[in-house]
Ligand binder design. Structure first.
Ligand SMILES: NC(=O)C1=CN([C@@H]2O[C@H](COP(=O)(O)OP(=O)(O)OC[C@H]3O[C@@H](n4cnc5c(N)ncnc54)[C@H](OP(=O)(O)O)[C@@H]3O)[C@@H](O)[C@H]2O)C=CC1
Ligand SMILES: CC(C)=CCC[C@@H](C)[C@H]1CC=C2C3=C(CC[C@@]21C)[C@@]1(C)CC[C@H](O)C(C)(C)[C@@H]1CC3
Length: 418
């Protein structure tokens, strides 16, 4: 049995009290958004139009559909992969292997859904059952996180995450105890991070587009843009699936309620908020404005992809001709830090690109409501907090060299602003 590992690890997210609050607040916020978006006034900060009873949240059919979805994605994960990648080195010096077949899963899902629709699968009915589906996903996340918590009780100490092992059950349940919980080849965190939630998000968007077409004769330009931008984002994430292996979620955070709920429920049901908003609150959008929004998304994507690819290429092979000319700082760990190119502009250029795209996803929804800007607001808070967490970890890893990097690249996310 594993002993609690580290009261030494500093507590994050406001400690046990913060974790307890988030355990309730995150699902409550998601249900608030789902209820408010379909109401007339659609006020982000107003009260929900009504409180749904259990009969509106619970549906056996929705649970079955949700479990079938998870089962389908799990089956696609187990299909032969074009590549098997190695993860970062673990505490015991070993490396785990991960199948790279996420994009293949997206394409196969699209084919299966297309086939389903051609034989009468009512995709347009999906928006009607979003509430019970979100309830099933939340329930699954709670039960799954309990399973993960128990599983960590019998995991070796070397398998535990640096945080999430404080000894406080609520805090540890929220943050997650085990770093890479697996059963044989099946890695739960890696699977959840990229597949059921992200692919579910674009499927929900598509169903909203189809329903809009049925209601109004054709999908609106705004709905096309939101669908297109977010499909590009999800397709990009799955195409560059290997890069997720170096994110802090995989290398640092345990797998607990935060990520299980975030991946399985929060992402599909709140990231599709703009498309939900457009179904219930159609917005006029002319071609000139649409072109400006496309340009904003293209700039955001260019920065996001450029920064992420530059770092990944450099981490894989610093002498790759695409990055060999960039200036670097040496660190005591033997690794180097880039100080020119994207990473010489601000310390998190990839966050900047992501935020610019977030703006482009909200703009098609017009300026009449704050609700479709929820993603931009939440995401700014998430990235500012994430940036602070990453800075702490980098300072610990790189010490003086990190100070030198901060001196040479003083801005964190937005040049000359922050
Ligand atoms: N849509 C969403 O909801 C979310 C999206 N994201 C996106 O996910 C992506 C990954 O984000 P995240 O995992 O937070 O962090 P990053 O991809 O920014 O990785 C941070 C790590 O990069 C390395 N690094 C930092 N500075 C340098 C440098 N100058 N040169 C070389 N390496 C450096 C360090 O690790 P090391 O040195 O060990 O390699 C550091 O820990 C981002 O694009 C972000 O926008 C993130 C969260 C949510
Ligand atoms: C509020 C809450 C429930 C917090 C949990 C946060 C999660 C929703 C996010 C943490 C890191 C994420 C990443 C992505 C999605 C959101 C979560 C899970 C990501 C998969 C989106 C697509 C990107 O291209 C990415 C692969 C870089 C990214 C990785 C981090």
């Amino acid at each position: 049995m594993a002993a609690p590992q580290g009261s030494r690890a500093p507590l994050e997210f406001g400690g046990p009290l913060g974790a307890a609050a988030l355990l309730l607040l995150l699902p409550a916020t998601m249900f608030h958004l789902l209820l408010v978006v379909r109401s007339g006034p659609a006020r982000l900060l107003g009260p929900p139009p009504y409180l749904p009873g259990l009969e509106e949240l619970w549906s056996q059919q929705a649970l079955l559909l949700w479990l079938t979805w998870l089962g389908l994605q799990a089956a696609l994960y187990l299909l032969p992969a074009r590549k098997v990648a190695e993860g970062q080195e673990l505490k015991d010096k070993s490396r785990l292997c991960y199948p790279i077949n996420g994009f293949q899963a997206l394409v196969l899902t699209a084919l299966l859904v297309g086939l389903g629709v051609s034989v009468g699968l009512p995709l347009r009915a999906l928006p009607e059952i979003l509430l019970p589906l979100a309830f099933s996903a939340t329930l699954t996340a709670f039960i799954f996180s309990l399973f993960l918590y128990m599983k960590a009780l019998v995991a070796p100490v070397s398998a535990l995450a640096p945080g999430g092992n404080s000894g406080n059950p609520i805090y540890d349940f929220f943050l997650g105890r085990e770093l890479n919980p697996r059963i044989y080849f099946f890695d739960f965190k890696y699977f959840c991070e990229l597949r059921p939630g992200l692919i579910g998000w674009v499927l929900i968007n598509l169903a909203l587009l189809v329903q809009e077409a049925e209601l109004r004769g054709s999908p609106s330009l705004a709905m096309w843009l939101v669908n297109g931008f977010q499909l590009l984002y999800v397709g990009d994430a799955l195409w560059h699936e290997e890069a997720v292996l170096t994110t802090m979620d995989i290398t640092h955070d345990g797998f607990g309620f935060m990520l299980a709920f975030g991946d399985l429920a929060w992402v599909p049901f709140t990231y599709s908020l703009q498309a939900q908003f457009l179904l219930y609150h159609p917005q006029p959008l002319g071609l000139p404005m649409a072109s400006v929004i496309c340009l904003i998304n293209a700039i955001g994507y260019y920065v996001f992809r450029g920064a992420n690819s530059q770092k990944n290429t450099f981490r894989k092979n610093p002498s790759d001709p695409r990055v060999a000319g960039l200036q670097t700082i040496s660190t005591a760990t033997g690794r180097q830090l880039l100080v020119s190119g994207w990473w010489g502009m601000v310390r998190h250029p990839n966050y900047l690109g992501d935020l610019i795209m977030a703006l482009a996803w909200s703009l098609p929804c017009g300026m009449s409501h704050l609700l479709p800007y929820f993603y931009l607001l939440y995401f700014t808070a998430l990235l500012v907090h994430r940036e602070a967490r990453d800075e702490r970890q980098c300072l610990q890893k790189y010490g003086l060299a990190w100070h030198e990097y901060c001196r040479r690249v003083p801005y964190r996310i937005v040049p000359y602003v922050y």
